[in-house]
Ligand binder design. Structure first.
Ligand code: ZN
Length: 147
């Protein structure tokens, strides 16, 4: 099932409890230079929004598709409305793992391969506490993509 189909079915369910705009299956994607991250999903007054840094995305090449899909994962899996997933270390780690898996399953093989190579070439950093080590994250993404 494609991202749009999943989003469509999730919003069909959500529309019972959440007021959403007429074109609910469209999550706005807004370019924000100097965002500080390649992409971020956020819950705005009109519903979920995905912000992305157009320059970082351009530099990431095919991997950008994965990161957009990862953010859609946060949206369609309900993480943005989930206090545990948003604000506890355990929940955030679970949310990032689920979004990575969603991204891997909703991106092209080229995007997945590019992001795996990119992750494996990065040095360890403090975010690893949430995302897992580079090796563990790369293996998780590959596994979710069936590679
Ligand atoms: Zn994420």
């Amino acid at each position: 099932m494609g991202v749009r189909a999943i989003i469509s079915s999730v919003f069909a369910a959500l529309s019972l409890v959440v007021t959403v705009s007429a074109d609910a299956q469209q999550v706005p994607e807004i370019p924000v230079p100097n965002l500080g991250d390649i992409a971020v999903a956020s819950l705005g007054p009109q519903g979920p929004v995905i912000y992305y840094d157009p320059y970082v995305c351009q530099m990431a090449g095919p991997a950008c598709e994965f990161f957009r899909a990862h953010e859609y994962g946060h949206v369609v899996l309900g993480h943005l409305q989930n206090q545990y997933m948003m604000y506890t270390p355990e929940g955030r780690a679970m949310a990032e793992a689920q979004a990575d898996c969603f991204g891997a399953q909703n991106s092209s093989p080229l995007a997945v391969q590019t992001v795996i190579q990119g992750i494996l070439h990065q040095p360890p950093d403090p975010k690893d506490a949430i995302y897992g080590s580079k090796q563990a994250r790369a293996q998780r993404i590959a596994s979710c993509a069936g590679m």
